[in-house]
Design a protein around this ligand. Structure first.
Ligand SMILES: [Zn+2]
Length: 196
């Protein structure tokens, strides 16, 4: 859970997936004349260790370059998956294959624990073990059907991941007042230009 996930009412059970996918910020529109700065919260080993620590996912130990590469591969595959609309997610073999391969680095086991019953937990025991939370959340959210509501903004200048709380689950923009309007205005202008 983060300030951002709380602000946008992302269910706690998906908060780590939401935050992890959004560690890469590729928004490059300008808002009131100010260009949005692009950023990557987990660009280096120290950054990803801090990011995990902040979310209670830190397991101690040192993050190696190979671990960072494993994490970035998971993020890339996850973002590609979330960019597909829910129907496409079920049939796009390339996207599913890449996500499956990336998740294979985070094996899980079923553990019976006091107060929790039988729940999934990480098999990894190294510094990257905490990132297994992403695999667990993806699994649990698939079971309860909330994963389909986690989407990527259709604006190519944005590509922010958002949680669609609308009843019909048909939202395409992270914020219709910003991204939706920007895209509609552009489409309108293009139509005007073509009509001339
Ligand atoms: Zn957006």
């Amino acid at each position: 859970m983060s300030k951002e996930s709380r602000k946008f009412q992302v269910p706690d059970a998906l908060a780590n997936v939401y935050d992890f996918a959004n560690t890469l910020d590729v928004r490059h529109f300008s808002h009131f004349g100010v260009e949005h700065p692009q950023s990557d919260e987990i660009a280096g080993m120290k950054q990803i260790a801090d990011w995990m620590q902040e979310r209670g996912l830190g397991a101690g130990g040192r993050i190696t370059p190979a671990m960072l590469a494993t994490a970035l591969r998971l993020r890339g595959a996850l973002r590609a998956y979330l960019q597909c609309d829910p129907a496409e997610r079920r049939r796009n073999k390339e996207v599913l294959g890449a996500l499956g391969d990336a998740l294979a680095a985070f094996p899980l086991r079923v553990e019976a624990r006091v107060g929790r019953g039988a729940a999934l937990s990480a098999m990894r025991e190294d510094a990257l073990a905490g990132l297994s939370a992403i695999a667990i959340e993806l699994h649990n959210a698939t079971l309860v059907g909330t994963l389909d509501r986690l989407k990527m903004c259709a604006s190519e200048e944005c590509r922010r991941v958002f949680f669609d709380r609308s009843k019909p689950s048909t939202r395409r923009w992270c914020m219709s007042t910003l991204c939706g309007n920007r895209m509609k205005t552009r489409a309108y202008r293009e139509r005007q230009r073509e009509a001339k």
